[in-house]
Design a protein around this ligand. Structure first.
Ligand SMILES: *Cc1c(COP(=O)(O)O)cnc(C)c1O
Length: 361
């Protein structure tokens, strides 16, 4: 009888992948945490109330696998229908499922060399071929570079970690030149003054726009994200989700998410506050000699000719301020700094000045 021999160790059969590395998470309240683009303000009062009055007894039952009530609220908010919305456990999950659902061509998926570092990780995890297209020297995405045979396009807009945002002409150019592939726009930061392509999903059936509750709605700990697009795309996403885990949006997440969307005034007010502090921060940092691209996100991306970004990162860390440094080609002399409260930012500027003085001495 023929026998299939099992050779080698079980270790040889384990996945080999370089995972995404998230920014350092610390609970201590005496650090100023400007490294993961969390919102410095609390979730809306309505969201807080929804959690406080949440009926714990309902947790004994599975949630609605389709997160219908939440999708209705989101559809209303964006002036579309619930059939065109898909919700998930954070936009990272929505993006991962979308990669699996939409990128199944032999042609490479295109995205910038400097962007959300999760994109290549998902491609590797799912065996999707990809090509990274260099940003130009001013860190902008050249739309015309994407006019080539591809198996899909994914763009973070505003881009991370640059903060630079593109408008409707840019997105429409991609959609018109790549009609035969899905274009995914990751709008994790678009609420902070950027352009949202959601209205374009009516006109282009190959467009999927992904949004997050983590940054603009101050609900990173809740894990909630969603996307909007043509019914056929949404249906493919549901097929992938239901082949993986049917219940990705928990009951509390759906409830709190709905309440957050209903608190429009609080939302607008706090976005405006963050944008105001962002403008001031960009000016202050430029005044100190930093190169600061115009940011439309809740962070700034900064570099200084005479300062090592890594050394400044270390100095700030020792002084209880966490910012993000990426040890990657082209951007290893940059720091990404989340916009905190006015007080947080003033402490940051104080410490940067102290560092600069120290080095001059
Ligand atoms: C933070 C972030 C996300 C993911 O957010 P979730 O917390 O998973 O909703 C997605 N894309 C970009 C570019 C991000 O910065």
């Amino acid at each position: 009888m023929a026998e299939t021999k099992h050779t080698g160790s079980w270790r040889d059969n384990l996945v080999r992948i370089d995972p995404y590395v998230a920014g350092e998470q610390r609970e201590s309240s005496d650090v100023i945490k400007l490294n993961t683009n969390e919102n410095p303000y609390p979730p809306s009062p309505g969201a807080a109330l929804a959690l406080r009055i949440f009926d714990v007894a309902t947790l004994r039952r599975y949630p609605d696998a389709g997160a219908g009530a939440l999708r209705e609220v989101l559809a209303d908010y964006h002036g579309t229908s619930a059939e065109r919305i898909f919700a998930g456990n954070g936009s990272d999950e929505v993006l991962a499922l979308a990669f699996r659902a939409c990128f199944n061509s032999d042609l490479p998926v295109l995205f910038p060399d400097i962007t959300y570092s999760f994109f290549p990780v998902w491609c590797n995890l799912f065996g999707i071929p990809f090509e990274q297209i260099p940003l130009n020297d001013s860190l902008r995405i050249g739309a015309y570079e994407y006019d080539r045979p591809n198996g899909g396009i994914v763009i973070a807009n505003p881009n991370a970690p640059t903060g630079i945002g593109e408008g409707p002409e840019f997105i429409e150019y991609l959609l018109k030149t790549s009609k035969d592939s899905v274009v995914i726009i990751d709008e994790a930061y678009s609420d902070f003054g950027g352009y949202s392509a959601i209205p374009l999903t009516d006109k282009y059936e190959n467009l999927l726009v992904v949004k997050s509750f983590s940054k603009s709605r101050a609900l990173a700990g809740l894990r909630l994200g969603y996307c909007c697009g043509n019914e056929t795309l949404i249906s493919a996403l549901n097929d992938v989700k239901n082949s993986f885990n049917s219940y990705t949006v928990s009951r509390p997440a759906a409830e709190v998410g709905r309440a957050s969307v209903a608190d429009e005034e609080y939302f607008r007010e706090h976005l405006a506050k963050t944008m105001r502090i962002r403008y001031k921060s960009m000016n202050t940092l430029r005044g100190m000699g930093f190169f600061v691209p115009e940011s439309l996100a809740n962070f700034v991306f900064i570099s200084h000719e005479d300062i090592s970004a890594f050394d400044l990162y270390g100095f700030l860390r020792e002084n209880g301020i966490l910012v993000r440094h990426f040890d990657k080609p082209r951007i290893d002399n940059f720091l990404r700094i989340s916009i905190g409260t006015e007080e947080d930012m003033n402490k940051l500027f104080e410490k940067i000045l102290e560092y600069m003085d120290m080095r001059r001495a």
